[in-house]
Design a protein around this ligand. Structure first.
Ligand code: AMP
Length: 490
């Protein structure tokens, strides 16, 4: 059997990993709170979700393909998830019959009892580790990189679960925020560089963990603090909390794309309001790339805060020149190219009355493949815009993400294939500009990007990957061709 690519699903599709995680311990309504928290994190993954609960004797699980509101549609389903502890996961996964086996939280019976794990991020040496485990006889149930962690814990020789957990994570490279459950406790942890987010809150006596603060707000929890990069927090059933830092101290590298696109604007990340950061990116963009125009139009919803900033700084009026249907999810998070194309039209429509005869500055958060931008520029022209100037609230996306944001292979990224003039022609804009990398760093509160030790993971823009990319290197060695990042790899 060919196991060279253990993370290719049966339909040959690579598993994408865009996820949100949530957990609560110490509440009689643990599953219901988790479902609500996941609902607030739905933007992080819309294809599947799951909840695992513990009632003091047994683990219960419910997973399904679809949105949280569909999978956890009524109280009877939540009644099947009893107990004071629960964790959940939303993900962007592949579709098809096999999809369900990859839906998290994953659960396994280990030597010391049940163990469930919900993972946000991507392990960049998962294939490598999986091959080693399979060679030793491990049998995998899923094609998810997260299952590797379970096998590493299961085969660790340390006596306690926590030691085994740390031992497993020491072998793993890449990005991981995890919420795990054992019969005695909930364990939340963030990788040593803190690439993916994870926050902690309190709701009464119960402790809550979530990918973003918006989920704390929605369940009525008070924000306590972020889980620190490299920190492992254990919370016991009686609420006692212990913090461990077994990985030493590293300069953190939280993902800057969370600010650009991925997080909800009403979340606070790294002490900064995501909305405010986006508005400030718009201000930077207006300073760096001014243009004479009549109307600043955001591509909704992702371009709205930056467009507000651009309008404020430039003095050009802001207007909703594009109206978005709220009955369609994120364009990008769809399984196939075909679905994505159809969705751009279903999702956005020009507001002709506002746009006609005007010189428009269109603002979006990012250009990835260029499909959305091209269609939206055309939409503005069809609605009678006199000129269309495109301004992007992030630098050119040049490189694939290997840490949990679904970007396509490098050869599909517009900015990796074309220079600025070619991109402008491709999207048929009158002009095109991206915010500079330093402009982006200023918007997140830094003076500039520290090239020697960047304050964030910005690999999608710079190619500067903060961890080894073992699987990518292995694959390159196998195929003699590499989807090579342009910058340096740690
Ligand atoms: P594209 O047509 O590929 O250039 O897509 C660009 C659009 O996708 C922008 O409007 C972004 O808001 C959105 N986008 C960018 N990155 C992602 C991502 N990783 N997941 C989902 N949507 C994204």
């Amino acid at each position: 059997m060919n196991i060279t690519h253990p993370f290719l699903d049966s339909d040959g599709d690579k598993l994408r990993e865009e996820c949100g995680i949530f957990g609560v311990i110490g509440s009689p309504e643990a599953a219901a709170i988790t479902a609500l928290g996941l609902h607030a994190l739905q933007h992080r993954g819309q294809e599947a979700c799951g909840i695992v609960s513990w009632d003091g004797h047994e683990f219960f699980a419910r997973r399904g393909l679809g949105h949280v509101a569909q999978v956890f549609a009524d109280q009877t389903i939540l009644n099947e998830l009893p107990g004071h502890m629960a964790s959940g996961h939303v993900r962007y996964s592949t579709t098809g019959g096999q999809g369900l086996r990859n839906v998290q939280p994953l659960h396994a019976d280990l030597a010391r009892g049940g163990f469930s794990i919900a993972h946000n991020g991507n392990i960049s040496n998962a294939m490598h580790l999986k091959q080693e485990l399979v060679d030793k006889g491990a049998i995998f149930q899923s094609s998810s990189d997260t299952e590797v962690i379970i096998h590493l814990i299961a085969t660790s020789r340390y006596p306690t679960l926590l030691d085994r957990f740390v031992d497993a994570l020491r072998m793993v490279e890449g990005a991981y925020s995890l919420i795990c459950q054992t019969p005695k406790r909930m364990i939340a942890c963030r990788d040593p560089l803190g690439i993916r987010p994870l926050v902690m809150g309190k709701i009464g006596d119960a402790t809550v963990f979530a990918s973003e603060t918006v989920a704390l707000d929605v369940v009525g929890a008070q924000f306590v603090r972020e889980i620190e990069p490299g920190e492992i927090v254990e919370v016991r059933q009686d609420g006692r909390l212990t913090s461990h830092r077994p990985f030493g101290k590293h300069p953190p590298r939280p993902c800057i794309f969370e600010h650009v696109y991925f997080s909800r604007p009403d979340s606070v990340s790294g002490g900064q309001s995501v909305y405010e950061v986006r508005r400030k990116i718009g201000i930077e963009l207006a300073r760096e790339a001014p243009v004479e125009a009549d109307l600043v139009v955001p591509v909704p919803d992702s371009g709205v805060p930056a467009a507000i900033g651009y309008a404020q700084e430039s003095g050009i009026p802001f207007g909703l020149g594009i109206i978005r249907s709220h009955y369609v999810g994120r364009t990008f998070i769809q399984p196939s190219d075909g679905a994505r194309h159809a969705d751009v039209k279903r999702k956005h429509n020009a507001n002709r009355a506002l746009v006609e005869g005007k010189r428009i500055v269109l603002i979006d958060d990012s250009i990835v493949r260029g499909t959305t931008s091209m269609k939206i520029v055309q939409m503005m022209r069809d609605a009678g815009a006199a000129e269309v100037h495109f301004r992007v609230a992030s630098p050119p996306t040049n490189n694939s993400c290997f840490y949990g944001v679904d970007t396509p292979e490098r050869n599909k990224l517009l900015a990796a294939r074309m220079d600025l003039a070619e991109m402008t022609k491709f999207i048929v804009a009158d002009s095109l500009s991206f915010v500079s990398i330093d402009g982006l760093y200023r918007a997140v509160g830094e003076k500039s990007r520290n090239a020697a030790c960047p304050q964030h993971c910005d690999a999608c823009f710079t190619g500067d990957y903060p961890t080894k990319l073992t699987d990518l290197a292995d694959r390159a060695a196998e195929t003699d061709q590499l989807n090579l990042p342009v910058g340096k790899v740690a």
